[in-house]
Design a binder for this molecule. Structure first.
Ligand SMILES: [Zn+2]
Length: 110
């Protein structure tokens, strides 16, 4: 890879704090031969160049919540099994109805 100094307008990978992803950025400002400001090509947010460093994910409250939820769920009784389907399905009912009609027809002939 050519190790040339970055120039304005160069497309470089950097971490976008808005998109929270490593994305293509335009170099919009240089300082001491290094990109100082970059603009995300996805959300067009301009921010300090982060040297493509994805911030280390801190143990967020969300993770704590998740584990707490899991703890609570572990202590709770299992949800009841889904109710079995009704024994008399519509199809069966329809069949019975036709059987009934046939029976009535048969009895009328008599
Ligand atoms: Zn972005």
């Amino acid at each position: 890879m050519a190790d040339r100094a970055p120039r304005l307008g160069d497309v470089i990978d950097d971490y976008c704090p808005r998109c929270r992803l490593l994305l293509n950025h335009d170099v919009t400002s240089l300082y001491d031969g290094e990109p100082a400001k970059v603009t995300c090509r996805t959300c067009h947010d301009t921010h300090d160049y982060r040297h493509a460093q994805v911030p280390v994910k801190r143990k967020t409250r969300k993770d704590d919540k998740q584990s707490l939820l899991e703890q609570v769920l572990a202590t709770m009784p299992r949800p009841p099994e889904p109710a079995p389907p009704p024994l008399e399905t519509p199809a069966k009912k329809r069949r019975d109805l036709w059987a009934e009609v046939e029976r009535i027809k048969g009895s009328k002939k008599d």
